[in-house]
Write a protein that binds this ligand. Structure first.
Ligand code: DAU
Length: 360
């Protein structure tokens, strides 16, 4: 495969995938398709325009990351999520189908790889609110598959039970991708990944938002009691997984991606505060008083924990970073790239955000 379209290549995870592919595969032609607005809006892309691009560039692979991805936004504005995530994905699928079916070799050597989320599986139970192995620390090694706060993981076979408009829209797009395989024989792959963190994440998400607020001594809005559990993966490890799966994954398969790294929000927040304080030369923990408990997110999923054994066993991928190391790297990056953060958190974006979502 030489000519690849990456959608959402200007987004958080997409930019890491583009960087990895450009450096690792200089012989590939990578076409980044991104609307360059806030999170983009693929629904505006008419099928025919994308069809033309596929034809002009002889595209044989698509890695589809472009999506609206913030749960809180989806609660305020679900239509945008249906349009971008469901209709946008369908537009791409339809254009890929038309182009690939027009070729003599048809689907031979082609691949449509759709990036999705663990949130489509719904929420897991918190059977052990205090944690099974407190104090819970993680390893990057696949040999230690901790269950930290419950008795079960999300598996590739777990039933889809999305709760938020965001996860419902991602579930819808996943179903369309699989339907294009089952109906037309398109060579598709779907992956479902846990929470990502790292450089270039939009500062509406927990970790970059809190790093920025701590820096400015602004309150840290913790939803509910801060006891919800998320499973965190360093974004470059996700990009590496995407590379391995794009090249070696089996058509029509689903792979879960995650680092066996469950954390309660409040625990992660404390680690972030201590790290920011230390790196800014403040007394470690002096900013704990910024923690402000606020009204919970509607329908807030209690716990996510992903089992990525299939990916680790079948394709030999495993996460490379210890969580503590990843967080240190991440905090350092945001503090060293204040201009990047300031550009986003000031001016037009701020006005737009306040108009849509209120001044938090
Ligand atoms: O699980 C994968 C998903 O992870 C991705 O599919 C989503 O695109 C991504 O946004 C993320 O979803 P979350 O809702 O888990 O991420 P977020 O950073 O918004 O929130 C993480 C946790 O922190 C969640 O339990 C809500 C809580 N939170 C978040 C924000 C922004 C707060 O307590 N306060 C906040 O201000």
């Amino acid at each position: 495969m030489k000519n690849i379209v990456i959608t959402g290549g200007a987004g958080f995870i997409g930019s890491h995938v583009v960087r990895l592919f450009v450096n690792k595969y200089p012989e590939y032609k990578i076409i980044n398709l991104d609307k360059l607005t806030y999170a983009g809006n693929l629904a505006n892309l008419k099928d025919i325009e994308f069809y033309k691009l596929m034809q002009d560039e002889h595209v044989d692979g698509i890695i589809h990351l472009a999506a609206e991805s913030h749960v809180d936004r989806s609660i305020k504005d679900p239509f945008t999520f249906a349009k971008t995530n469901v209709m946008g994905t369908l537009s791409l699928l339809q254009a890929a189908k038309l182009y690939w079916e027009s070729l003599p070799e048809k689907y031979e050597g082609k691949r449509f790889y759709h990036i999705s989320t663990d949130e489509v599986y719904g929420a897991l139970k918190m059977n052990h609110p205090e944690g099974i192995t407190p104090p819970f620390t993680t390893t990057a090694s696949s040999s230690e598959h901790h269950l930290a706060y419950g008795d079960d993981f999300f598996y590739e076979t777990t039933k889809y039970t999305p709760h938020s408009p965001y996860s419902a829209s991602k579930a819808g797009s996943d179903h369309f991708v699989r339907a294009f395989h089952d109906t037309y024989g398109m060579p598709t792959i779907v992956t479902n990944c846990s929470n990502n963190y790292g450089p270039y994440q939009f500062p509406e998400k927990l970790i970059p938002l809190f790093i920025n607020n701590i820096r400015h001594k602004k309150p840290l809005p913790v939803y509910g009691k801060g006891e919800n559990v998320r499973d965190w993966l360093f974004v470059e490890d996700h990009a590496r997984a995407i590379d391995v799966i794009f090249h070696n994954g089996k058509v029509a398969e689903t792979y879960n991606i995650g680092g066996f790294n469950e954390w309660k929000n409040i625990d992660i927040i404390k680690v972030v505060i201590k790290t920011v304080d230390r790196l800014l030369g403040r007394a470690e923990g002096e900013d704990m008083n910024l923690i402000t408990y606020v009204t919970d997110r509607l329908g807030h999923d209690a716990r996510y924990a992903i089992d990525s054994t299939k990916l680790q066993k079948e394709l030999g991928w495993e996460p490379s970073l210890q969580f503590e190391e990843g967080i240190e790297k991440t905090v350092r990056w945001y503090l060293d790239n204040q201009e990047w953060l300031d550009n986003i958190t000031s001016g037009d974006y701020e006005k737009y955000y306040e108009k849509m979502y209120g001044n938090r």
